[in-house]
Design a protein around this ligand. Sequence first.
Ligand code: FAD
Ligand code: DLZ
Ligand code: SF4
Length: 506
Amino acid sequence: MVKLVLVLGDQLSEGLSALKAADKATDVVVMAEVRAEATYVPHHPKKIALIFAAMRKFAAHLRAQGWTVDYTAYDAPEPAGSIREALLRGAETHGAPEMIATRPGEFRLIAELEEMGVRLLEDDRFIASHSEFEAWASGRKQLRMEYFYREMRRKTGLLMDGDKPEGGKWNFDHDNRKPPAKGMAFPERLRTEPDGVTREVIDLVAREFPDNFGTLEPFWFATDAEGAQACLSDFLTHCLPTFGDYQDAMLADQKFLYHGLISFYLNIGLLDPLAVCHQAEASYRAGHAPLNAVEGFIRQILGWREYIRGIYFHEGPDYTTRNGLGHTRALPAFFWGAPTRMNCISKAVAQTRDEAYAHHIQRLMITGNFALLAGIDPGEVHEWYLAVYADAFEWVEAPNTIGMSQFADGGVVASKPYVSSGAYINKMSDYCKGCSYSVTTKIGDKACPFNLLYWDFLLRHREKFQGNPRMAQMYRTWERMDVTRREAVLRDAGRWLKRLDAGEVV
Ligand code: FAD
Ligand code: DLZ
Ligand code: SF4
């Protein structure tokens, strides 16, 4: 009996559970570039091009291995509007009564497939299974990444010295996260020239999605497993040794610093997370990269990435609608490229527009920090992050945005809100030098908006946060401030927000 095997645009892995459960001699793989997936948010054109080009190449790879692949292109004479439509059509064409798929990374699509009777198999491309995460989470009051990460180290043996962590410590962050230093040298990053298949897709995306926010070209992503591995190898050779030191630094004319630039490859299946961690560990064992860098890098993948996925499935489908702080302000137009006088926001958004990429601290402490301080509706913030980054799929984006960044889940992911005044941004970046606001000014028209909004946020949510021991110091600082100064800060924050709401260039 013929089976239909659905392979989604972020399931481009040879070892996919649905492929392992099928027989290439009899079964048919269904892949489709569909309107519903390409438009559920206005994805960045580079993200759509990456996914479509990688899908086409994966289909060709499967065919070369002997699979029958029923592939519908976005501009096919009879396009498929949705995954459901592609499957129903495939079932009719191939007379296949049974449909299987690897469980998608989004509740919306899981519900759609379940409703159609598609048999869903566990996505085993992750290091922790759902049941392992649930076993770890059950009975715990707080789900802190650090403890989960230690379990993952023990489970995989990565950076272990017997039953002890390599170097005697689980976490070397103390040695990391330095501000940018003078004379830092940045290697040229490997860029992949588009080949014929990618070029066709780029032309299609330019035609079909002309109004989406984001610059399509130059397009530099790898679009197959070999290309992704070449990018990873380039990172391991040139950047990993310095990865930890400057992980949180931000520079206006350096978009990538020493970051991996691999999340989009991991998330669509071109790289395997465990294999990436093993390669990083090998770099340490060979004496090529120091422990603080390698531990920091492995923690991002073995710890954060796995933990975040666990949280999405643990918390359930209502997670993206949470709004624990009751924030309702509309997302300002400058998130979509309208002018702003805030240089940090302007630079982070311009980079996002050009590359469909920003590194973690730009996402967390520039755009995310601003949205949280200004009280933007977390649902709108979530849709923005889901749209604009090439690595954004709901299972990974939502806990980072709703949880870590916007504290809208009430503290499941973060133990305190990630907020800062301009001082942190000034310490970790060179943005403030080129800004029309003054980072050292705390009140008045020149005052950095982060300085004003920081106190406004803390005061608005005083009841919620003043009992948090990690925030008590901030409230004590406020109490020590002169009363007239306090009044001026709140007055100026209110005025600034009014100008924002009125659509002025702020
Ligand atoms: P590196 O800094 O080189 O880190 C190596 C790898 O670690 C990354 O490729 C990624 O796979 C993993 N990693 C690191 N931090 C995280 C994290 N917090 N969650 C999950 N994986 C992590 N990451 C996504 O993959 N998709 C998203 O949609 C996404 N949305 C985010 C939204 C917000 C508001 C924030 C604050 C973070 C978000 N992240 C997301 C996490 C992180 O910013 C990116 O994984 C990272 O910037 C990717 O760049 P890189 O490959 O150069 O990472
Ligand atoms: C993100 C995306 C886009 C833009 N297009 C497609 C597509 O046309 N066909 C497809 O199979 N998958 C696509 N995807 C990825 C899906 O949206 C993704 O599989 C779900 O969000 C689950 O993570
Ligand atoms: Fe951003 Fe404030 Fe610095 Fe300007 S002064 S770049 S708004 S932190």
